[in-house]
Write a protein that binds this ligand. Structure first.
Ligand code: MN
Length: 130
């Protein structure tokens, strides 16, 4: 069984790259381009992992994480924030909203999947690491 990653990201190039990288490591990817849809997809698909952009139109990543945390069936899905917002306190804000980790943009294709996996318990890592 492939582990399922819900990616909530409004930038098409980033979405394309993240999807390509995760699929090349045998993760299944569910794409969502905004928060309302992302929360809906989380409820429907019960992903194993959520990658969450912080800068999104209308509903930002903090609000999305806070909303996901309100649902018993969703609150245990690990959320990893992905953002270029290089402001002080941004990481802390993401963690307070419920993220377990934080990856800074620009995405580095050589290490992105490893960065994600470093935050995850081993049963949520698609390929066992050596
Ligand atoms: Mn964005």
């Amino acid at each position: 069984m492939k582990l399922k990653v819900l990616v909530i990201e409004d930038n098409k190039q980033n979405m394309y790259m993240i999807t390509y990288l995760l699929e090349s490591y045998s993760y299944e990817v569910i794409q969502s381009f905004n928060g309302i849809d992302g929360i809906q997809r989380a409820k429907e698909e019960k992903p194993d992992i959520i990658l969450l952009d912080i800068q999104l139109p209308e509903m930002d990543g903090y609000a999305i994480a806070s909303e996901l945390m309100k649902h018993d069936e969703l609150k245990n899905i690990p959320i990893i924030a992905v953002t270029s917002y290089a402001m002080m306190g941004d990481k802390e804000k993401a963690m307070e909203a419920g993220a377990i980790g934080y990856i800074e943009k620009p995405i580095d294709p050589d290490i992105f999947v490893s960065q994600m996996e470093a935050f995850l318990p081993s049963h949520l890592v698609q390929r066992s690491k050596n």
